[in-house]
Design a protein around this ligand. Sequence first.
Ligand code: NAG
Ligand code: NAG
Ligand code: NAG
Ligand code: NAG
Ligand code: NAG
Ligand code: NAG
Length: 904
Amino acid sequence: MAESSPASFLTQADALLRKNFVFQKRNIWSNIRLVTIPFFLCFLLLVIQMLFDSQFNDVHGQCGCLNEKTCGLRYSTSEQAAFCAIPKPPQWTPLLQIPAPQYRAVAPYPSRSSPATFFFTGKNQSLGKILMRNMYTNFSEFDGDLANYVLGSSSLPAYTNYMDSTFLSDLPIYNIQHECSPNSSFSTLIDQFPLAFPKEINCVQGLNLWQNSSSDVNNELFRGYRKGNPDEKINEYAAAFDFQNTNRNILNVSVWYNSTYKNDTVVRPMALIRVPRLVNMASNAYLDFLKGSETKILFEYVKEMPKPETKLGLDIASLIGPLFFTWVILLLFPVILTTLVYEKQQRLRIMMKMHGLGDAPYWIVSYTYFFLISFLYMLCFALFGSAIGLNFFRLNDYSIQLVFFLICINLQISIAFLASAMFSDVKTATVIAYIYVFGTGLLGIFLFQFFLEDPHFPRGWIIAMELYPGFSLYRGLYELSQSAFAGDYRGVEGMRWGNFENGMKEVTCIMLIEWLLLLASAYYIDQITYSRKHPLFFLMQNSSKKKQHHFSQSQISKVVIEMEKPDVCQEREKVEQYLLESTENCAVLCNNLKKVYSGKDGNPQKLAVRGLSIALPQGECFGMLGPNGAGKTSFINMMTGITKPSSGTAFVQGLDILTDMDRIYTTIGVCPQHDLLWEKLSGREHLLFYGRLKNLKGSVLKQAVEDSLRSVNLFHGGNGDKQVGKYSGGMKRRLSVAISLIGNPKVVYMDEPSTGLDPASRKSLWDVVKRAKRKAAIILTTHSMEEAEVLCDRLGIFVDGSLQCIGKPKELKGRYGGSYVLTVTTSEEHEQEVEQLVHNISENAKKIYRTSGTQKFELPKKETKIAEVFQAVAKAKMMFPVVAWGLADTTLEDVFVKVAQTLS
Ligand SMILES: *[C@@H]1O[C@H](CO)[C@@H](O)[C@H](O)[C@H]1NC(C)=O
Ligand SMILES: *[C@@H]1O[C@H](CO)[C@@H](O)[C@H](O)[C@H]1NC(C)=O
Ligand SMILES: *[C@@H]1O[C@H](CO)[C@@H](O)[C@H](O)[C@H]1NC(C)=O
Ligand SMILES: *[C@@H]1O[C@H](CO)[C@@H](O)[C@H](O)[C@H]1NC(C)=O
Ligand SMILES: *[C@@H]1O[C@H](CO)[C@@H](O)[C@H](O)[C@H]1NC(C)=O
Ligand SMILES: *[C@@H]1O[C@H](CO)[C@@H](O)[C@H](O)[C@H]1NC(C)=O
């Protein structure tokens, strides 16, 4: 196979995209569920809208009708009148609002109907008395012009004056006079185009009461207020006047009127519809005082402006839309966040990085990918919303929506990237993300919108609140909804670039700036955490580059550890030699590598690796043996860039792990101690992905994947195409090994590759490693001595952070073993004799084990001849029965135990 150069940016991006694509295909159902959420919410809105329309629009929300064709003012209630086409608005005699008879202040003359009470006050009481008398006059006969009378009604007014409910209802119109004579009530024909009908006009006494000051008036009015308790004495008042400093030259009057009229069931603001007549009364009384009763300002009628027919089109989607749409858009956030955190939690990101995936392709592809998903999602949402006719989408300019939503989803993705740095656990991230989604929506509608609609709330604070991305999103959606709502109500278009409101400009700017800032900080934090760069890396880049590959004698560590064994010392010297000549001749060159974990909670510092120096030539398999916690994994973590060495460095193919990790990643393969795999992808897809990262293409890639599946026994029975989630532990292990070897890496790190494998798989795995050894240097840690012996060219025994010995397996055995083990089993009474015989063979024989007749002896090789042993045994056999015996060379295990023990 040809030497492959590192994968280009495009190749890496392609690999990642394909992997993500397959991954999403596996997740197709959750994806479909995700995309249906907007459909579902839009549908829900539609249903609510239809319910509303059917309930309100028919009866209340449109002009009244006699039958299907004849509609109009004539057939409408005062509420419906507001929706009729009114080319010529009728003129209504202006009325006063006076309390219904049962609520009026107590009648002074119980025999008559209770009077309507007015209060008066002012600076000059004698003038006030005159004005009080002038308020209305005594009429005994109707003179045909209603404007001459002070008329009132206790019916509830509508919001508009298109139709005065009094004239339609059965309630009488009251004519207010000082004194009611029998003929001061009369009936007359009211002719108010287009209506004409007879109406009863009843006299009611007006009772004018003087108060010393306006605060007295206030007190009285307050005491009269119905407090909801029916037993309480009720004194409602028609109105009150304060003439203040009125004199011959000035009319200065304020009027109290009751704006909250209710008929026990409905409370409604009466607006100002029945106030003008009060003002007219006051000015007429003053005019009378100045000029005499001949001079009058007659208030003939009130009328509204003409208007076309309208309908009560309450657009529900626009009203509660901001809440719904905030949810719809934010729902993508948990999805993006959990994907990112999953790759972090499962350490897949670092795994991909170790196999050569650069930061730039990872970022660009992930970002683009989330962007595409979000964009599709929003597109579905907008299309569906428009299709079912939601005004929110139809009325607002699509280009505004496009720009706004684009900014929103970009901001959201940046936030997800930033947030993913803070979580290491998918479950926590999911919970927090959903709290963010629903909390933001609810806070938006119940808190933020409240402030937004309060015109006195300082705008500066609103902007401050909008710095929270959830609120700026809410604000944008709110503005769009308001435009759509207003547009629908007035029958015009919604938001256009021409009427791009201040609020909308504000949030668009805020979100745009936040997007850029958050994206930059997310990338920055990622660089610090994943690439282990210094927090000020962008300032230091230049200075660190210069330091590379300049070694002088003085820079090479001069630390000499006194206790160091000669073989370890020799290795150190070899390393120093290489450093002076060329670092490139070695596959791996560690120079005094150290790792210190700082002590936490008062514990002392832990030295995980204490000055390790080794040189590995091309094509060597180096086995690291050592008890648990000896620092093997710390060493591999440093070499693969997961942690940074505390001091010292290492060169892989001549590249420094401190400065050139990114380039090193393109030439190494890693099989970590714990399998780092995507549960949803199959074995083949894993290999395809990592193969592409290693720049394999086309048929070469296919062949490499097939070979590698076959070599680790995953090819048969469709195992290669099963999802990894369904693999057994051993299968995952084999896949991890296959991944570490794909693409012909120059250096391969294997951290306990064969744990959990059955003997057959182990054998085939060994074959794979043996074959790989021809092309790559392999660093392997293991607890199986058998494996070490079979695979490794050299072994190093690593205890308590430093190398105790290093050498070929045979040498080690020779050095530390140097003895045979003789086992003899007899009956118990002959133990003594056996021991005697053994001592005859060798003076220095040591008994290392004894139990009920079975004894083990260590015989130094130098003093022992195998023939002598056979002779001794033959002799023993003649003297007493020997049940069994055996002679064995020292095993690696013995060496290991010995070396590990010497230290402890
Ligand atoms: C009060 O008004 C009357 C009538 O206009 C006037 O004669 C009198 O001087 C006024 N009193 C004061 C204190 O202004
Ligand atoms: C109205 O009639 C009452 C009683 O008949 C009388 O006391 C009062 O002065 C009259 N008011 C006017 C302004 O004529
Ligand atoms: C109004 O003031 C006068 C004198 O200042 C006093 O006699 C009268 O009781 C007061 N009326 C009320 C209702 O307080
Ligand atoms: C104003 O109208 C409301 C509703 O009809 C009533 O409860 C209240 O007592 C009135 N206030 C006065 C001062 O009459
Ligand atoms: C009207 O009365 C108020 C309250 O007494 C007073 O503040 C104001 O100056 C008066 N206006 C004029 C024009 O006298
Ligand atoms: C109060 O409202 C009810 C229902 O809207 C209506 O039937 C009734 O006539 C009203 N009463 C008055 C006094 O307006």
